[in-house]
Design a binder for this molecule. Sequence first.
Ligand code: ATP
Ligand code: MG
Length: 355
Amino acid sequence: MQTVWVLGAGQLGAMLEQAAYPLALRVEPMDPDAPTLPAIGDRDIVTVEREQWPDTALTRHLSEHPNFVNADVFWRIADRFHQKSLLDSLDVATAPWRAVEDDSRADWLHSELGDDVLLKRRTGGYDGKGQYWLHRGQDGDEVPGDWQGAAIAEQKIPFMEELSLVGARDSSGKQVFYPLTLNLHCNGILMASVAPLQRVEHLQGQAEAMLGKIMDAMNYVGVMAMECFRVGDKLIVNELAPRVHNSGHWTQAGACVSQFEMHLRAVAGLPIKAPEVRGNSVMINIIGVERDTRWMSIPATQCYWYGKEVRPGRKLGHINVNHPELAAVRGALNTLRQQLPAQYDEVFDWVAAQL
Ligand code: ATP
Ligand code: MG
């Protein structure tokens, strides 16, 4: 059986593995610290579930393999300096930014970008880690020493809401897209996604043109996600993820081909198709909360638990709620709300306001 080796062995790799069965592919997620190096067959393929990785014997073995798909893409996206430069060169709207050099001062960044400036580490940030706000005149309004030369600075975008687009491209250049997804982040962590949403349908063409241009420019193959801010009817790219993405998890329940299967089809040279979308989907991330098996009894839900140790702020699982009738989705969310801690109240309030 043809094997797709995945660099990384977290939940995204596990969900790729789950999606591989109907394609008769074998997916092998690999921990970067794995002690033994696998023998990769001539027809095998190497892909990733993360855009950066530590330098280990295993990651060198996989990333230097001739069948490593998108080999030249990851360094450009994993480093925010290169990613922002790429967006600028393609004339794709993104938050105005400056490189933070060894001698960059907060005063200068404020004069270039305004009163509120967000420092983001060039590499390694996720779930809002690796961010530092500079607010003019307030305590802490200095570039921390260890951020100099290692970050970019972004203008604060006064966005109305955050949307993401998940798309895929095959090696012939064919592109397909899921509907725009509306996302709620709290403290930099994705908490909930809603799709599809009629009120953002008029932005779909704009979003597809942006992500399509990016994927074409890099001759990209596979699934890519584009996180955007919405300001009026204009989309501004926040960041790109050259992989399956948390905001696409709803496609497991809400589309005839999930983002995981779509990625495998594209990298394995199988046909990709525009996904038919079923019903209304809401995805709730389970962050820092113990599993409650009552979730599994709620009609219209699909529960994923990643089997990780429970820690505050950690992504431990997600619940997809999907149904053709909005009333059934609302009913499931009301039940789920009673089974999750009070810190989820704002998440459920937000979701209810979207449906
Ligand atoms: P991820 O987990 O998606 O990789 P991340 O930690 O890499 O996240 P970003 O996606 O860049 O970081 O930012 C996290 C969140 O912080 C965004 O979803 C948004 O809510 C907020 N944010 C980021 N950049 C800006 C900005 N320029 N202006 C206002 N808010 C921002
Ligand atoms: Mg993000």
